[in-house]
Ligand binder design. Structure first.
Ligand code: FDA
Length: 284
């Protein structure tokens, strides 16, 4: 019953199924490719994920599109739900993927996950950036700490994806209203834009996209100084419009069979999708 809606958000069960989508998107946009999977505790599945990412990179290089496609990687897909004990193994797996991406002429952004993972994720990215300085990190504007994290990394030259945040955190760690989260997003983006970071504005929210466009114009940010990022299947017409206006737009494209948690986060963000789900349709 969920299939039409799932296929709106997920590019395919396999890389072969996702590649035509990626080839089409890179005609006017950029892509961040995510192999679905999270909270892996089995070493052999981690090995499979590393092998899969290196295969992906080989295919992108063969196609001559590796420079328009980066990878998004969740550390919880690389072992043991981000505990301190798992740190060395998770870091080693992430280093292997970053090395393969670097050799193919592209890079990795490390997704940010839920409660208790922020500091560990930031320290893994800090380690990765020693050898692979283009490795990007994600900051979640709904967290009260994020403005201070933005100031801390302001002069590190990091690629930073700023999003609202899709995961649960303790109530006292997050802003509670939608407008407070937007205000935090605006403050954080203003810090990033006036620093030497490379901001990646990950939102579909028209008010924040307008704010980013105004900020870029006021601070004379050019096409190469920042990018917009949106999910595959969400506001595609807006993606095309921004790209046609000369903005750099990257589409986050998930693929694979482990789609359930990703799909449920998209449903939760936009409950009207449930209506389409119950009717067995993909929404307009
Ligand atoms: P909001 O949810 O208010 O949506 C604005 C408008 O966009 C809606 O009114 C609707 O028109 C459309 N829309 C948004 N979501 C929709 C949906 N599911 N179905 C249909 N329409 C929808 N989070 C995180 O915690 N860690 C991460 O690493 C990332 N990475 C990431 C990468 C990229 C490229 C994006 C775009 C987002 C993330 N996120 C994320 C998710 C992010 O934190 C946030 O949960 C979602 O982007 C939804 O928030 P918006 O800012 O889009 O606003």
């Amino acid at each position: 019953m969920a299939r039409p809606l799932v296929s709106r958000f997920i590019a395919g069960d396999s890389l072969e199924a996702a590649l035509p989508v990626v080839r089409e998107l890179v005609q006017d946009r950029y892509v961040s490719l995510d192999h679905l999977g999270e909270f892996t505790t089995d070493d052999s599945i981690v090995r499979d994920a590393v092998t899969l990412y290196t295969d992906v990179l080989d295919k992108l290089a063969d196609d001559g599109i590796a420079d328009r496609v980066e990878l998004s990687v969740k550390l919880s897909s690389l072992g043991s739900a981000l505990t301190r004990d798992a740190f060395p193994a998770t870091l080693a797996a992430a280093q292997e993927i970053c090395a393969a991406a670097d050799a193919a002429g592209t890079c990795v952004t490390v997704d940010m996950e839920g409660a208790g993972t922020t500091d560990l994720t930031l320290s893994v990215v800090r380690e990765l950036r020693r050898d692979f300085p283009k490795t990007g990190l994600v900051l979640q504007a709904h967290l009260r700490r994020t403005e201070s994290d933005c100031r801390e990394i302001a002069n590190s030259g990091t690629r930073v994806r700023l999003c609202k945040g899709a995961y649960q955190h303790p109530a006292d760690a997050v802003y509670s209203t939608r407008e407070e989260v937007r205000e935090s997003f605006r403050r954080c983006l203003s810090i990033l834009v006036s620093s030497d970071t490379y901001p990646m504005v990950a939102t579909h929210d028209p008010r924040l996209i307008d704010f980013a466009a105004g900020l870029a114009a006021r601070t004379k940010c050019g096409r190469g100084d920042f990018e917009y990022q949106m999910f595959y299947g969400i506001r595609p017409a807006e993606q095309v419009r921004l790209a046609a206006e000369g903005a750099k737009v990257r589409v986050y494209v998930p693929f694979g069979t482990e789609w359930y948690p990703y799909f449920m986060r998209r449903l939760a963000e936009h409950p009207s999708n449930l209506f389409f789900l119950l009717r067995g349709e993909g929404p307009a």
